[in-house]
Write a protein that binds this ligand. Structure first.
Ligand SMILES: C[S@@+](CC[C@H](N)C(=O)[O-])C[C@H]1O[C@@H](n2cnc3c(N)ncnc32)[C@H](O)[C@@H]1O
Length: 203
């Protein structure tokens, strides 16, 4: 599901980039470490700032990035011009990565989700795709917005999200495990149970 104008402004704001660079990415690094030399995938890359962090902070060698919104793909390509030999950005949906980016089974060392799976109505299919395209030993880094947050008046009034089959932190972790991704104890909720951050490994 595409973002509305309010969320697009928020996600592309300088403040959000500072938060992503100084809080979110370091939190994921503390939970899962860096991925030097990795072949990485980012689902829902938005304007591409997370893609840049995957290279600069996590040390990935290459990043394939997918976003449903053609306008975001254009923005990301512009932002990541100087990374053109390391980054491929395509328009497509995270619930079918073979169609979106031609991703075969066991292709990536790391997959990153900076807050996009809660935008997908059939979010379980996106989790299944992450598990499919990770190679054994690979890592899934995720930051998610739970049903608790999406039910708050601020989210309901100003933002646009799927209204059915939203997930709690527990449901998201259970879905990871159902697809063979091991969240172990490398996850945490924050702002109560509104947000979930973690890493899960594919054995
Ligand atoms: C909240 S934004 C996060 C963007 C980026 N990850 C960031 O942190 O700035 C959610 C993004 O997910 C994208 N999106 C929504 N549904 C998607 C889908 N099914 N497949 C891929 N991207 C999707 C939206 O277009 C949007 O760019």
């Amino acid at each position: 599901m595409l973002m509305n104008k309010v969320e697009t402004l928020m996600v592309t704001s300088p403040a959000n980039r500072v938060f992503q660079r100084c809080v979110e990415a370091p939190m994921l690094r503390r939970l899962g470490g860096r991925t030097p030399g990795a072949r990485a995938l980012e689902i829902g890359c938005g304007s591409g700032y997370g893609t840049k962090l995957i290279i600069d902070q996590f040390g990935a060698a290459t990043v394939d990035a997918v976003d449903l919104d053609p306008a975001m793909v254009t923005r990301a390509r512009r932002l990541l011009r100087r990374y053109h030999d390391q980054v491929r950005i395509v328009q497509g949906s995270a619930d079918d990565l073979q169609a979106a980016i031609g991703a075969d089974d066991a292709t990536y060392d790391a997959v990153f989700d900076f807050g996009i799976i809660h935008h997908i109505t059939n979010w379980r299919d996106a989790v299944a795709e992450v598990a499919r395209v990770l190679r054994p030993g690979g890592t899934f880094y995720y930051l998610e917005v739970t049903a608790t947050a999406l039910a708050r008046p601020s989210y309901r009034r100003f933002l646009h999200h799927p209204t059915e089959d939203r997930f709690t932190a527990g449901q998201f972790l259970a879905e990871l495990a159902r697809h063979g991704l091991d969240p172990a104890d490398r996850w945490r909720t924050y702002v109560g149970s509104d947000y979930l951050a973690g890493v899960a490994r594919k054995p």
